[in-house]
Design a protein around this ligand. Sequence first.
Ligand SMILES: Cc1cc2nc3c(=O)[nH]c(=O)nc-3n(C[C@H](O)[C@H](O)[C@H](O)COP(=O)(O)O)c2cc1C
Length: 298
Amino acid sequence: MGNRVCELFGVRYPIVMGGISQLPELAAVVSDAGGLGCIAGATAPPKLLHERIRRYKELSDRPFAVNFPIVLTPEKDIEPKMQMMIDEQVPVVITSAGNPKLWTKFLQDGGCKVAHVLPTLYHAKKAVEAGVDAIIAEPAESGGYRGEHEVSMMVLIPAIRRAFPDVPVVAAGAVADGAGFAAVMALGAEGLQVGTRFIATVEANAPDHVQKLILAANDISTMSAEGRVKPRISKPDFAMEVLGERKQTQMGQVAALIDSIDPIADVMRELIEGGLATARRVHEELEELAGAEEAIAG
Ligand SMILES: Cc1cc2nc3c(=O)[nH]c(=O)nc-3n(C[C@H](O)[C@H](O)[C@H](O)COP(=O)(O)O)c2cc1C
């Protein structure tokens, strides 16, 4: 059986760019490298978002996504933006931080695929009831909007996969390399949404302080932000040490595993080829263990 995320989104690799950038140029690089590029669509006025979608289409003919954290999208803009998704035949709309019942059917009736980002099994049930095409599961470690919940990747992915085997699950975050990609696939995800690792790339050209914080971070450098959607952010004391000011920058725990700013194509290659190498190594180790067991039993 083929990978359901690749089939659904029409991409070579089931690697989805998170809603980390409004720039069509970055989305096009990810799509041209075989993943699903994404334009963050919540905050730009509708006219500007429209221009960005048009620009993307000049740059790439590959499928792409537009991302909307629903509660962060100004209310007056939501309806025109959703209509724009249909008018522009945006292949994939990713909704997050809000009720998936509101727009899923409207978008699907207009020809878009819809994936919803969510942090718990409870929210997964709501999304499945709303009829989403895919679930993007955002665990505690990720740089995204986890709400008040802190469910780990190790529990969230298998729990959702077991409960809803018919809906493809994309793991969001906590991955910077092939070992992480192989791990989320082993848990039952069929794809990966990448945030922080794509910010730390040449093409993302992130502000200096963001790059510095990601490169300097260790496993305890981030925390959950206060407020409604609770993204993960750099700890003020850590930012003070690195930058000399208490900046709060949104980033995942996985920043601890990122040591260099690399081209997007290299990050993609590491995820896919490194993932395969990891899976082979684990396969061999487990095979040897199983062989040892047979020897004992026999
Ligand atoms: C700076 C930044 C901005 C983000 N903005 C959005 C957003 O607008 N919409 C959204 O659904 N997720 C957003 N996210 C979450 C990402 O889409 C993605 O799910 C998350 O970063 C994955 O975790 P990782 O950073 O560990 O890879 C953002 C993440 C970061 C780091």
